[in-house]
Each structure stands twice: as C-alpha cells, then as structure tokens.
Write a protein that binds this ligand. Structure first.
Ligand SMILES: Nc1nc2c(ncn2[C@@H]2O[C@H](COP(=O)(O)OP(=O)(O)O)[C@@H](O)[C@H]2O)c(=O)[nH]1
Ligand SMILES: [Mg+2]
Length: 256
C-alpha cells in the first residue's frame, strides 16, 4: 500500500524539519509520498515562507504546495487530498504533535482488518495527550457526544491523525474549510457505510510557536457535525454500503 502523508503548514512551523525527518524515516518500511501544503495568506510573505520551508521539504524528499493568498486547515487538506497519489492518505501536523511510529501500525491494521479509516485515538486505552489543556478536554467531550449521538464508535473523532483509504477521500465530499474537516470526513464516511476503526496514539501539544485554533470560529463548525450524526441516525440508509464486507471485531462502519 502506497501512503501519501499531507503536512499542512501555516506560513512556517518551527519544528517542521524535525517532523519531516521523522516521516521520511518511514521510507524504510513504507512506500511514502510526502506533500506539504503551505498557506501564505499575505502574498508579501511568499519568499520568506519558501525560504523557510523549501530546504526542509527538499531534504525529506517531499513536495511543497504553496497556497498564496489563501488559508484554512480544511481547504489545505482538501487540496492535498486532490494531489495525493497514494492508496491511503494521512494528515500529519507540522508541530511534532503526532506519533509518527504509529503510521505503519495504522497501515497494517487497515490491510489486515479491512478498515477504510483508521483513527489515531488519544482517548482510548493506551492513548494519551501530553500537555492537556481545556481544548483537549473539550475535544474529548465532543468525541463522547458524537458517539452518543450515533456517530462512529471510536474514542477520538476530532484528531486529524487518521489514515483514510483512497476510496474515502475520493467519494466523500467535504465542505469544512477549518479544523473540523477531520470530524466531517469521519462522520460522513461512517454514514456512507465505510468502516471506521482506531488504534491508540499519543498526541503532544506544541512546544514552540502558537496554536492556530480559534474557539469562537470553531464552535459553530463543530456543532454542525453533531447535528449531522443525529440526523443520519434517524434516516435509514437507502443504498448499499460501499464498505459492506463482513464486519470484523472492533469495526464501527455506519451500521447502528
Ligand atoms: N495550510 C494550512 N495549515 C494550517 C492552517 N492552520 C493550521 N495549520 C497547520 O496545521 C497544523 C496544526 O495546527 P495547530 O496550530 O498546531 O493546531 P492545534 O494543534 O489544534 O493547536 C500545524 O502544522 C499548522 O501549521 C491553515 O490555515 N493552513
Ligand atoms: Mg498543534
């Protein structure tokens, strides 16, 4: 299985080179494509952003895609998905927050168990957050709510660190331009009958630079996916599920 990793970057990330070095080291074990999607909302800062990011991307054998005059975590991932050549795709944060060593495990369980989405779960047994803040507590509560409302039975719906089978990103249309794209893609995939599983992961809060997550902007974004799962639970599915192969242990495809 070829895997495309997509690293979104807002102008620059102090620990990007470190992140990319860790990802590039997976080439010993995986066939890996590496895309870095850099947003440069202020066109006057393009040269600075390129000078900052290009050496690290080149060193890691990756490709940088610059979106000058644009921003948005969700739309950046969507553009990355559109360019991805892999059989599966995984977003990786540029601030060393994801445990890169989990990626081969995710690929292995996707191949072995036939999951279409393998989530990296911070809130299941074996997973954890290093540097817990109010935001992670809210994200944990949100995951519980999504699950209770009829969403996929995983413990961490909002983590971006999830391996998606190519068929998922090709057939599930997303609208989220911000961080909630990770939730949108997961709940829509489950509602469409794709099989969603999880493995534990450890997520580290950033140690340098600042977060781009804005509560005021995100509340409404995240609320709509709660409404989506509640509504799709009430509506019987009409068409055959794309992932309707026999369900195995631990799978949580749209069946409920
Ligand atoms: N391309 C792009 N990347 C973004 C944007 N916002 C955040 N990122 C990147 O997405 C990753 C996660 O963002 P971060 O600010 O750490 O969010 P947090 O971990 O939720 O606080 C980092 O690599 C950021 O540089 C955006 O608007 N566009
Ligand atoms: Mg972060």
């Amino acid at each position: 299985m070829n895997v495309t990793s997509i690293v979104p970057v807002f102008y620059r990330e102090p620990r990007l080179a470190e992140t990319l070095t860790d990802v590039a080291a997976l080439r010993d074990r995986l066939q890996l494509e590496l895309l870095v999607v850099v947003d440069v909302p202020d066109p006057a800062r393009e040269a600075e952003a390129r000078a900052e990011n290009d050496p690290a991307v080149r060193e890691a054998g990756g490709t940088a895609l610059y979106r000058v005059g644009r921003r948005g975590f969700g739309s950046a991932l969507r553009d990355g998905f559109g360019r991805a050549g892999g059989d599966a795709v995984i977003p990786i944060m540029g601030d060393c927050s994801d445990r890169i060593a989990d990626i081969p495990v995710m690929v292995h369980v996707m191949e072995r168990d036939g999951w279409d989405v393998v989530a990296g779960s911070r809130y299941m047994k074996g997973g954890r957050v290093v540097g817990m803040t109010t935001k992670q507590r809210l994200s944990h509560a949100y995951s519980l709510l999504i699950r209770a409302a009829g969403g996929p039975e995983i413990h961490d719906v909002s983590n971006a660190f999830k391996l998606y089978r190519r068929s998922v990103i090709e057939s599930v249309a997303t609208v989220a331009d911000s961080f909630d794209i990770s939730v949108e893609l997961t709940v829509k995939a489950a509602a469409a009958g794709f099989r969603v599983g999880e493995i534990p992961t450890v997520w580290r809060n950033r140690e340098e630079g600042r977060s781009h997550f804005d509560y005021a902007r995100e509340v409404r974004n995240y609320r709509r996916w709660l409404a989506f799962v509640a509504k799709s639970r009430r509506r019987p599915r009409l068409t055959g599920a794309p992932g309707s192969a026999a369900a195995g242990a631990g799978t949580t495809g749209g069946e409920r």
